[in-house]
Design a protein around this ligand. Sequence first.
Ligand SMILES: O=P(O)(O)OC[C@H]1O[C@](O)(CO)[C@@H](O)[C@@H]1O
Length: 550
Amino acid sequence: MTGLTRYPCNDALAQHLDDLPDLKTLFRQDPSRGERYSLDAAGLTLDYSKNHLNEQTLALFARLAEEAGLEGKIKAMFKGQPINHTEGRAVLHCALRGSVDSDVMVDGVKVSQEVSQTLAKMATFVDSLYQGRWLGFTGKAITDVVSIGIGGSFLGPKIVTEALKPFWQRKVAVHYVANIDGAALADKLAGLDPQTTLFITASKSFGTQETLSNSESARDWLKAAGASFEDLAKHFVAVTANVPKAEAFGIAAQNCFPMWDWVGGRYSLWSAIGLPIALAIGMANFEALLAGARDMDQHFVSAPISANMPALMALIGVSYINYQGASSHALLPYDHGLRALPGYVQQLDMESNGKGCHQDGSAISHLTGPVIWGAEGTNGQHAFHQLLHQGKQLIPADFILPLESHYKLGRHHAMLASNCFAQSQALMQGKTLAEAQGELRQAGLGEAEVAALAPHKVMPGNRPSNTLLMDKVTPQTLGALIALYEHKVLVQGLIWDLNSFDQWGVELGKVLGNAVLDKLEDQSQPLDLDSSTNGLIARFRQQQQKGGAL
Ligand SMILES: O=P(O)(O)OC[C@H]1O[C@](O)(CO)[C@@H](O)[C@@H]1O
């Protein structure tokens, strides 16, 4: 634990965090703590009172934010400055939801104009499918849309579509395929009719192996069903920044929805990458999703640090990661529709802040992005919460709960909520040895048994968490929730002075993967890699030969 030694406030912050009493004491000292450390913004409520902080912590957080130049750097992003400097790109996903001045230009083009033109094109497309005007190669209306994409071209649309099931318009069915594993596409196609299925190839680069291979196999499936090359135009649209590559694939330029260099893949669900969302929930709901994110943007750029939801969540996280040794962070949505949220935030956070050097290329000497993981409650309680309660690592958690369910089913929602609230309470208060002993004595156990059993029932407590509430999961509140995490990740990246918007680490695996693929498919290629990789390739070749593939 080195702290953040580059900042003058480092020592004061480290000392202060060391001196803080435990959570139970903090609650005892201040009966209004729950209320004091709660905050409303953009339809969300954050209760951050079960964290290691007090007024002095907040003042130190504000100092840290100032010393890191947070305000100016956030403004630079919203103004369209090329803050993704390793790729020479602006970072303007907030423009997709109308949060950036309408006169911001990139490469001589007004960003706001491109955004509104794309939204109009999406609306026309959605309408033509809804009205049954978009016909397949045998003249039948499209009934199913399969979005083929991976990473940011998949995870965002997928979580939003899933979470907003109560808002589905059910005019067309929306499906997703991401993995290169043939099982993903084969499974999906098995239930579909080629005459009435349309594919969206969602790839900013139009160069991602998984997406291109799945699109090619989908194209073969259509051809095998009798579609000619010209017919493919009726069954494929693309969302891409690389129209020439899409055209070479056989997708007409007019069937391409734009993407831009100024939108990172993991920030792209608000763009035409969100087309499958719009098809599932309708354009009006898609606009409401954008509006929810816009509300959070407005809160983020205007609220002071001590009342700024994304900034507070980021700074609280930094205090655990850099001063208390936390290296992971759990996301626990108590909502079945939000079950894919941990996976979505995983890419958002880990691809953004899983970095090892500062903006100027110097090595970072402290922890950066945490491992993001989690699962829906209450399932997680019966799987990994044991470690949260009694394990030896500090794992801060976010509990997320809609106060009202779309599914009125007996007492289910009250029981769900009670579990959510009780978990954070248990993590905070724990159970002392004396309490455990008392319970065992009361249950009639003798002193020897009490002594043997009590240590196993001790829970250290003092384990921090946030609780995020919303009235209901709606396009608006979900938009705000996702934007909240985007900005949290941004603030942490700025504090750590790293570039949150590139992902060079992913590239090495891609390059090596292609070299290995050549060797897997071509027996004549020498096995001249390390002995482990050579052995694995040889084993694969053997099995393929047995199966007749080589
Ligand atoms: O949209 P594309 O260009 O196919 O990229 C898909 C994903 O691949 C990555 O570049 C790396 O995994 C992600 O950042 C991106 O979201």
